[in-house]
Design a protein around this ligand. Structure first.
Ligand SMILES: [Zn+2]
Length: 242
């Protein structure tokens, strides 16, 4: 068995037995990889603190044919985002990012854009960026990368650009204007389109003041969460804490 290696971000880990841990990694060149870290729970283990949520690591592992779980032989910590998780809201937010990436990414599918997005957002949070704002930024990009972000600029039916509010289609694949909407259940606020445009043009690092108010972000959150729940066919477990 050849020893493989990859840069990766730790999405989740849980204990198995007395001494081992199962770790879910988001690997830069491999996508989601699940591995067993033997002896990771032992005091003074060679894994140290490298398996914490969102740690950026270099993993060395063996793959056995036909086995879903790789064996992690070593894990070097490249960058830690542990300190900022003392803040409960930040900690829950990072767990939410982790859950969404795992849910939206097929196993072993490389997703370089999503990897770089996550890393860039982690750095911005570390520098004191607004967690609410960055969560919306992450959600927009995740939906866009996954190919399920509707066009919020113009009506799905008549093609007219929105000047005011619109209505989300029942399959959540587009937005209708006030005249064309067959049903008016989920209202789309005009700031959502503006926010999506903003995220396309700007990196997550931003200076105060934020270009969108907390009230606008709250309206944006409602629609984005509705899209996420629709496409996952369930509510993310970590969403209730946010
Ligand atoms: Zn229309």
């Amino acid at each position: 068995m050849p020893l493989e290696q990859s840069e990766a971000i730790v999405l989740r880990s849980f204990t198995v037995g007395d001494q081992d841990k199962i770790v879910v990694f988001f690997a830069k060149n491999k996508g989601i990889i699940k591995g067993i870290a033997k002896g990771a729970r032992k005091f003074g283990s060679r894994f140290g603190s490298s398996l914490e949520l969102m740690s950026v690591v270099k993993i060395f592992y063996y793959e056995k044919e036909g086995k879903d779980l790789v064996t992690v032989s070593n894990c070097d910590l490249l960058e830690s985002f542990f300190e900022m998780q003392k803040d409960l809201k930040t900690s829950f937010t990072l767990s939410y990012f982790s859950e969404l990436i795992e849910e939206f990414s097929p196993t072993r599918a490389k997703n370089d854009i999503l990897y770089r997005l996550l890393l860039s957002i982690l750095h911005t949070v570390k520098k004191g960026g607004d967690v609410n704002f960055l969560t919306r930024y992450f959600e927009v990009w995740l939906l866009k990368i996954s190919g399920v972000l509707p066009d919020f600029k113009k009506c799905k039916k008549c093609g007219k650009p929105f000047t005011n509010r619109g209505w989300l289609s029942s399959k959540k694949d587009g937005v209708f204007c006030n005249q064309c909407a067959p049903q008016k259940k989920e209202e789309i606020m005009p700031e959502l389109g503006a926010f999506v445009q903003w995220t396309k043009k700007n990196p997550p690092s931003q200076k105060e003041p934020l270009p969108f108010s907390p009230q606008q972000l709250e309206a944006i959150k409602k629609t984005l969460n509705s899209l996420i729940i629709f496409h996952l066919e369930k509510k993310p477990k970590t969403l209730r804490y946010l």
